[in-house]
Design a protein around this ligand. Structure first.
Ligand code: BYC
Length: 354
């Protein structure tokens, strides 16, 4: 089957592959998994390369190499799953927030994360992925989500530190993704980053309030900082020399900076904030380096990151169990929405025929 697609000013033919937009064949078929890499019809690869070289965007209807599509689906799906699982650690504090104001703020933040997950699943769908399939892959442990959400939230100070560190790290990582070469992903990131920046400030404001409080509150903040610092540095992924995907993703301009560059940017951004707050970052090697114009810092425990990614972190089982239960308990909502959409479509058809 050949489809005609509007290319840059001219019509080009596309030989569909398993990822083609319009879900000609979905991700789950055996055929798709076994299909040989599709051959790019004349000129399309060159057109794609030139678009990337000019820093222009690839859009869903454009031809793209199979590897580019797969890489994007992998990254966007992992990102979407992280947003949804990321609702859990903070969500546990909604009923225990110390005031109505803090409860309302936390509620709104957790709800925003759900929204981020939905934009991202929608972006993945523009690549031909199927959201149900992605969710199944997560639930069956075949797709990843961020390591950071496998750590427990032991006190209300953790809510502030997640906002400050985790959302701060998310901003460092995701602002450059607003310039990612794939249009729908880049556009989703614009709104997500605006909200993340609000989240980071609410976390920092909460911590400033606690630091002005009692000695016990200040201790809670320092304890949360000690527990979240290293896992936050791990959010940026393995070091560059152990990151199998970075080089390819950067050549395609999906990622704009390497894992280590972004990690360093995060450290540089966070150190003065820690000083202002009056907390100590738990790294004896942390110091300003006049020559490089950046901070030197210690090495995260990469074995720990690998263990957590593989499912052996402090809360992996709990997070996945909760996600599975929520998915099963939400089945009636999906069925009701599908029935409602079918009814609406039937009504629209009837109206059009009348
Ligand atoms: N945790 O070659 P690499 C958020 C995996 S949401 C788990 O460097 P890549 C927020 C990686 O997937 C946070 N897995 O990979 C939400 C790869 O495995 P596969 C999520 C990790 O893709 C709610 C393998 O290790 N943010 O911020 O070039 C509230 C090798 O790594 C991790 C995003 O998803 C990890 N930490 O770079 C608040 C942002 N690190 O897939 C905040 C978008 C690596 O080959 N994603 N892996 O089996 C990215 O920027 C990149 O995907 C990463 C990894 C930097 C994360």
């Amino acid at each position: 089957m050949i489809r005609l697609l509007p290319g840059a000013g001219k019509h080009v033919t596309l030989i569909p592959n398993e990822w083609s937009v319009g879900k000609l064949v979905t991700m789950t078929t055996t055929h798709a998994a076994e299909a040989p890499p599709p051959h790019a019809p004349d000129g399309l690869q060159e057109h794609f390369d030139a678009t990337i070289a000019r820093d222009q965007r690839i859009e869903p209807r454009d031809w793209m190499p199979d590897g580019y599509r797969k890489t994007l689906i992998r990254q966007i799906a992992q990102h979407a799953h992280s947003e949804i699982i990321g609702m859990q650690p903070e969500g546990e504090w909604i009923t225990r927030a110390p005031s109505l104001r803090r409860k309302a703020i936390l509620f709104a933040k957790v709800q925003d994360e759900a929204g981020h997950g939905l934009y991202l699943y929608s972006a993945a769908e523009t690549l031909g992925a199927d959201r149900d399939d992605l969710t199944r892959r997560l639930i069956e442990g075949r797709q990843k989500y961020s390591s950071i959400f496998n750590y427990p939230t032991l006190s209300f100070a953790d809510v502030g530190v997640i906002g400050w560190f985790v959302d701060g790290a998310a901003i460092c990582n995701q602002v450059p993704l607003c310039r990612s070469s794939y249009g729908p992903y880049a556009r989703a990131m614009v709104r997500i980053c605006k909200e993340e920046s609000f989240h980071q400030r609410q976390g920092y404001e909460l911590l400033m309030t606690m630091m002005r409080g009692t000695a016990a509150q200040r201790e809670m903040v320092q304890d949360a900082v000690n527990r979240w610092w290293w896992p936050s540095l791990m959010m940026f992924g393995p070091p560059d020399d152990a990151s199998p995907n970075s080089a390819r993703s950067m050549a395609w301009k999906i990622k704009r900076h390497s894992n280590d560059e972004l990690r360093r940017r995060f450290v540089d951004m966070t150190v003065p904030q820690a000083e202002k707050l009056g907390v100590t970052l738990p790294d004896p090697e942390l110091r300003w380096n006049e020559e490089t114009g950046h901070h030197d810092f210690g090495t995260p425990d990469w074995d720990e990151l690998m263990r957590v990614i593989k499912g052996d972190g402090p809360c992996n089982d709990r997070r996945m169990e909760r996600r599975r239960t929520a998915h099963e308990e939400g089945a009636w909502v999906r069925e009701a929405a599908t029935a409602h959409a079918a009814k609406q479509a039937a009504r629209a058809r009837k109206g059009a025929a009348a």
